[in-house]
Design a protein around this ligand. Structure first.
Ligand SMILES: C[S@@+](CC[C@H](N)C(=O)[O-])C[C@H]1O[C@@H](n2cnc3c(N)ncnc32)[C@H](O)[C@@H]1O
Length: 218
């Protein structure tokens, strides 16, 4: 079972690796949800995030859980040249994981970090995510772009898929209720009015779509 809220395909693609002998870097680790669950399964895990409060939280959790092989560092993943030498003990990761964090720099840095045979496993917004709001996330990828990124950095694509969940609502009220927790955020970025417009024109869906990919370095 994946940790709560973690994409099951992403988790399976990671656990398919021989993690017990591996070092994993978890990029955009947040409060360490993925890294803390990986720690008992791998040799070492290093979680990085640019948010110091989240890194402090993840470090505290590792300490409370007695996970001595989990290290958390504040770092901007997009500004680093690679994910090697992040700690004195961890020279080179065997695998790079990123759950709900995607960027071109992530793929480039993963390629510069893992040895031949090493992997990057990542999951983030697909361009169809919340398509009803008329605007894809600026962090979203489609399959051709993700494939091109992986292949141009020397990864063989072992998995590239979209986990899609289209909620269908019986009424306008139900469609609004489903988005109530998103209203404040969507109002601030202009999506809310587009969603309302979609509903007023008879739309009754809300799409969640995540792209999940695994590349193995040649
Ligand atoms: C949606 S959260 C996912 C957190 C975690 N991977 C999880 O699934 O629980 C994305 C995380 O990426 C971090 N992040 C965003 N841009 C970053 C960057 N350039 N370098 C490092 N971390 C970044 C954010 O601070 C946030 O914690």
């Amino acid at each position: 079972m994946p940790p709560p809220g973690v994409n099951p395909t992403f988790w399976r693609l990671l656990l398919d690796e021989d993690l017990a002998r591996q070092t994993v870097v978890d990029v955009g680790t947040g409060a360490g949800r993925v890294a803390l669950a990986l720690a008992p399964r791998c040799r070492d895990v290093v979680g990085i995030d640019r948010d110091p409060a989240l890194i402090a939280d993840a470090s505290r959790r590792a300490e409370v859980a007695g996970l001595a092989n989990a290290t958390f560092l504040v770092a901007d993943a997009d500004a680093l040249p690679h994910f090697r030498d992040l700690t004195p003990d961890v020279a080179r990761p065997d695998a790079v994981a990123a759950h709900m964090f995607l960027s071109d720099a992530l793929i480039a840095n993963a390629a510069a970090s893992v040895p031949r045979g090493g992997v990057v496993v990542c999951c983030g917004f697909h361009v169809d995510h919340w398509g009803e709001t008329g605007r894809p996330s600026r962090f979203a990828y489609d399959e051709p772009r993700m494939r091109a990124r992986l292949e141009s950095h020397g990864f063989t694509v072992e998995h590239l898929g979209v986990d899609r969940d289209v909620q269908q609502f019986p009424s306008l009220e139900a469609a609004l209720a489903a988005a109530v927790g998103l209203e404040e955020r969507w109002r601030s970025d202009g999506r809310w009015f587009r969603y309302i417009d979609f509903l007023e024109h008879g739309g009754r869906t809300l799409t969640q779509a995540l792209v999940v990919a695994k590349g193995r370095r040649q």
